[in-house]
Design a protein around this ligand. Structure first.
Ligand code: 5U1
Length: 681
């Protein structure tokens, strides 16, 4: 290859790789398989090795080559990185105060039309300034004190979402401001990896992202999966003439920078309030943490008119949501015994308002997790409560510089179950301590009853934890079948039980007797048999007797059943008292439509695994799943070589791409309906 040919090919490859990196990292919509990207990447690497002069700073191969630094150099910001004022009223109404202030300062009369605001998410990460000269990333800096930040260029270059070169007609100088953050799934994966290696887990995505950006060794940053959103400008020359902030954000997107889609222009206070409410409701479903929303006067002439107050613009405000993390004192550690006997250390906390409620208990998971976090009774700890997730202690507050000399835990796992006194054991290779008391243990009995009564199990409405406590502690229910022999008289005699509630419960118990085999199996609480496995087992065996007598090899034939599940099912039904419970449950009248395995055969989708993705034109997700399962098929959450069909609707994303990559047939709703019709029908 002549040097000219090599240069031409290298430029072509750089162009292609920039394009595909943008599709992959920014748009999350790759056009080519990963393997093809890797092939192009290696071809460019080989060309650059053979002709080092072709190795340009914006080459995609140059993302992780920085050296380990002794310290981060200071960078003086050409335009200060301002902070943003915070609206302290975390209710949606807080938005009105900002609108009122803006209107007053713009001297708008009461009858003037509503002000337009750009409303965006407030990402919980680390603010950075990216400097592009003639479209090439030349420097990245943290905010620091707003005047001077730290040079983190090498580290920022490792973030795939941040373009090393802007697309299209970039101006001679452009400083982009935005937030580096870590997605929650990336954070969970990172912590799972740390746990596997027996290393310290990270407290939250924000601190992990901030720590990663400020690393001295860029290889460490590269090993932490980071993301970026752009939301504003620093210094710039030769910009197009914008009239509005919202136009500017659209323009940044056109340059190949990631901007968040959950933004809109709101007209006046009412729409700000609605935006705040809507985003707060979506908060826990977002793939990353936010701590609020940001409102900015959309018109740039309006921003200029409002100007600044000390270090903050008057034209913007951060409207926070209630914090999801708070510090509080760990007063003690209790032990909770779960349905399968697992002992969980539970933190007894000085009550603290976090994630919208007062929290006084939080899980510490297990002894190993507790030690990894270095938590001791008496410490100030950080408690996190996000959405419906159980509150957890994520770590301890850093103490005085120097910290404590060495961590000595002041909590030990009991050797005997605190509820029933049976010995506590930890199986080899497991992190969990378990009570060996089985259903002799009142705690396990209570949990077993609650599980049995659960919505997805026997669905016994009205049988909650308070009532279960009374039934078990009062010696009224020792085994599952006894639930059905309680009767109205015994229930009405319970404390705080109104006649009507007792009658409702009796009716709910009666209703629950008509169920399905899958629900019944799930309700028994066999270890490792979740809802989906219960459905697989019911579908495969058709009758309870066939399943109870099935040898290991037959169990292993069931979809998704491996040795652990097979052994657990065998062990469960090998125990005479479990058989007795099953027989007594049948004797009280619990029934389900049974089918022989032979009758299961003609089901149209028997043995097929389908994946649903995107929005189907008429069927909701649950409806589609129910139709597939009723026809004997299985719905899986991810696409693999074993998937038989992917049913794709509008806005199908990565699952569709995966199906195409693996050559899995893709059908639409009409295709699914055709599969569900008998041949010739
Ligand atoms: N979305 C967004 N986040 N955020 C944070 N915009 C935005 N603007 C900021 C900050 C600190 O500051 C400017 C208003 C100066």
């Amino acid at each position: 290859m002549t040097p000219e040919d090599a240069a031409r090919r290298a430029a072509e490859l750089r162009e292609q790789l920039h394009h595909h990196a943008h599709r992959y990292y920014v748009l999350d919509d790759p056009e080519i398989p990963d393997a093809e990207y890797d092939r192009l990447f290696r071809e460019l690497q080989a060309l650059e090795d053979a002709h080092p002069a072709l190795r340009t700073p914006d080459s995609p191969t140059q993302r992780v080559l920085g050296r380990v630094l002794e310290g981060l150099a200071p960078v003086r910001h050409a335009v200060p990185m301002l902070s943003i004022q915070t609206e302290t009223d975390t209710t949606a109404e807080g938005a009105r105060a900002f609108d009122a202030r803006v209107r007053r300062e713009l001297e708008l009369p009461d009858d003037a039309p509503p002000v337009a605001y750009a409303a965006e998410l407030k990402f919980d990460g680390l603010a950075v300034n990216l400097r592009y000269e003639h479209g090439v990333l030349v420097q990245a800096a943290t905010r620091g004190d707003g005047e001077t930040g730290e040079d983190v260029t090498q580290n920022i270059r490792t973030i795939g979402q941040i373009p090393l070169r802007l697309r299209g007609a970039a101006p001679p100088l452009l400083e982009v401001r935005g937030e580096v953050y870590m997605r929650r799934d990336a954070f969970e994966r990172l912590n799972a990896r740390q746990r596997e290696r027996g290393e310290k887990t990270y407290v939250n995505p924000r601190n992990t992202a901030a720590g990663a950006v400020r690393q001295l060794d860029p290889a460490v940053t590269a090993s932490r999966p980071l993301s970026f959103y752009a939301y504003g400008l620093g210094d710039a020359q030769g910009l197009p003439a914008f009239a509005r902030h919202s136009e500017l954000v659209g323009w940044l997107q056109g340059l190949g920078l990631p901007v968040n889609e959950r933004r809109r222009v709101c007209s006046g206070a009412d729409e700000l309030v609605a935006f705040h409410r809507a985003v707060e409701a979506e908060r826990d479903a977002l793939p990353f943490d936010i701590d609020g929303v940001v409102y900015k006067v959309d018109r740039l002439d309006g921003q200029r008119q409002l100007g600044f107050k000390s270090r903050e613009p008057r034209w913007a405000v951060a409207h926070k949501f209630p914090a999801q993390e708070q510090a509080t004192r760990l007063n003690g550690i209790d032990i909770q015994v779960g349905r399968t006997g697992k002992l969980t250390p539970v933190a007894k906390l000085e009550p603290v308002f976090v994630g919208g409620t007062t929290v006084s208990n939080a899980t510490l998971h297990n002894r190993f997790e507790l030690r990894r976090k270095g938590v001791r009774v008496g410490d100030t700890v950080i408690v996190r409560r996000a959405g419906d997730v159980i509150p957890e202690v994520v770590g301890r507050m850093p103490g005085a510089p120097g910290g404590r000399p060495a961590y000595v835990p002041n909590f030990v796992m009991p050797r005997e179950c605190p509820v029933c006194g049976s010995p506590v054991r930890r199986e080899k290779g497991s992190l969990e301590h378990r009570c060996t008391g089985g259903l002799f243990c009142a705690a396990q009995r209570k949990q077993a009853l609650l599980h049995f009564a659960g919505r997805r199990a026997m669905d016994i409405e009205g049988l909650g934890d308070k009532l279960v406590d009374q039934l078990v502690d009062g010696g009224l229910v020792r085994t599952l079948p006894e639930l059905y022999t309680l009767g109205l008289a015994k229930l009405s005699a319970l404390e705080r039980m109104a006649d009507k509630s007792a009658a409702n419960l009796v009716a709910a118990l009666e209703r629950s007797k008509h169920t399905t085999l899958a629900r019944f199996l799930y309700a028994l609480g066999i270890r490792h048999v979740g809802e989906s496995t219960a459905k697989d087992l019911a579908r495969h065996f058709g009758t309870l007797d066939a399943l109870m007598d099935a040898p290991r090899e037959q169990l292993l034939e069931v979809n998704d059943v491996g040795p652990i599940v097979a052994d657990s099912v065998r062990q469960f039904f090998a125990q005479p008292h479990h058989r007795e419970i099953v027989e007594r449950l049948r004797a009280v009248g619990i029934t389900w439509p049974e089918a022989s395995a032979a009758e299961q055969g003609p089901k149209l989708l028997a043995g097929l695994t389908l994946v649903l993705t995107g929005t189907l034109p008429t069927l909701g997700r649950d409806q589609a799943q129910a139709l597939i399962e009723a026809a004997g098929g299985k719905v899986s959450g991810s696409v693999s070589k074993k998937t038989h069909y992917v049913v794709a609707g509008a806005e199908a994303g990565s699952k569709l791409a995966k199906a195409q990559e693996l050559g899995v047939p893709v059908i639409d709703e009409a295709g699914l309906r055709a599969l569900l019709e008998p041949a010739g029908g």
